[in-house]
Design a protein around this ligand. Structure first.
Ligand code: ADP
Ligand code: MG
Length: 339
């Protein structure tokens, strides 16, 4: 009998993988900005047109790529960030899967322009549907610019599934804010249809938080600090009396990476128990620093889910450090709310 199995060509494999990595324009923003951070950028500009449906451009002043890498970067599993499986246990970078650019290039029109320091000219590469259409030498700034146009042009189901511009831009803004909170030392700019939405200069963490949630909030922040051999927890919680009816201001970061975690969220809720009204949510901006060997980032392609070896320990540290901090600010004595 004839065999019936064939290996899918790269451009189809890329398009399938893209379904997981790139869910909407905001995913493109996340991936490109994370790459810029990994490239050591000090300033990153994000320019959006029509909520990213028409254009997403990310410009950085990072280390740039040489001619060859400017073409290789669009291949699947092409990465400069890990070289062996062991490197997975010592991750210092946001990326490592070598999938994002291959995915984006499979479902959009992409123009890359990049130049490394110390070289006179850079490279411009045009990619459509995973194919390099054009590559030329150009004069450009040091660093890298990615323009992503016509996202999902060849995936009509996805394109139709996109929400209104307001909703899609809200997702972009959320992604941008998470990155901004994780990297207060980077100058970050966001524009939408030519209007500046954010221009966040490099600052200390507290100022960056206030830049995002509003000046009035400054006095509401209570600093958290706890250091053990396993984890360093720092950041801020919002005073209990300012707990909100929505979960908007709840942020967890590990090694400068935003993540979601119901279990740790529950720890924070427990620390606030008796201090806040039922059906309100405490605000928090909590940063863990932990040995990368003790976490697994490779749970999902978008990397917002993380496994912790010492989760139970961190859970209790979280409760005690928040309670202690709230106590210091004399708000520990319980206010008795009817239940
Ligand atoms: P990953 O980030 O997992 O390595 P990507 O597909 O996102 O995979 O990027 C592939 C490679 O392209 C990166 O490893 C990096 O070497 C290079 N690259 C991507 N974006 C940039 C950038 N803004 N500046 C310099 N190099 C970049
Ligand atoms: Mg990447």
């Amino acid at each position: 009998m004839q065999s019936i199995i064939s290996v899918l060509p790269d451009h189809i494999a890329n398009q399938i993988a893209a379904g997981e990595v790139i869910q909407r324009p905001a995913s493109v923003v996340k991936e490109l900005v994370e790459n810029a951070i990994d490239a050591g950028a000090e300033k990153i500009q994000v320019h959006i047109k029509d909520a990213g449906k028409t254009l997403i451009q990310v410009i950085d002043d990072g280390k740039g790529m040489n001619v060859k890498d400017a073409e290789l970067c669009f291949l699947r599993h092409a990465t400069s960030k890990i070289h062996s499986a062991d490197d997975l246990f010592a991750l210092q970078t946001k990326g490592f899967r070598g999938e994002a650019l291959a995915s984006i290039a499979a479902i959009a029109h992409v123009i890359l322009q990049t130049r490394q320091e110390g070289t006179d000219t850079g490279t411009r590469v045009l990619v459509e549907g995973s194919q390099v259409i054009e590559q030329e030498e150009v004069v450009c700034d040091k660093g890298t610019s990615f323009e992503v146009k016509n996202l999902f042009y060849n995936v009509p189901a996805r394109r139709n599934f996109l929400k209104s511009n307001d909703v899609e831009f809200r997702h972009i803004k959320d992604e941008f804010e998470r990155i901004a909170l994780a990297h207060p030392n980077i100058h970050l700019i966001l524009t939408h249809n030519g209007t500046e939405v954010y221009n966040l200069r490099s600052v200390v963490l507290r100022k960056r938080i206030v830049d995002i949630i509003g000046d009035r909030q400054n006095e509401r922040l209570v600093p958290i600090h706890e250091e053990t051999t396993i984890v360093r927890v720092s950041g801020y919680v919002v005073k209990p009396e300012y707990a909100k009816k929505t979960r908007g201001e709840q942020f967890l970061f590990v090694n400068n990476r935003y993540f979601r975690d119901g279990y740790f969220n529950n720890a924070v809720n427990r620390a606030f128990e008796g201090l806040i009204q039922p059906k309100t949510y405490p605000g928090y901006f909590l940063y863990f620093e932990i040995d990368p060997a003790k976490i697994d980032v490779n749970v999902h392609p978008t990397k917002t889910e993380i496994k912790f070896e010492e989760d139970k320990y961190i859970y209790s540290i979280l409760i005690s450090s928040i309670r202690q901090a709230l106590g210091k600010y004399n708000i520990a004595p319980t206010l008795d709310f009817e239940r």
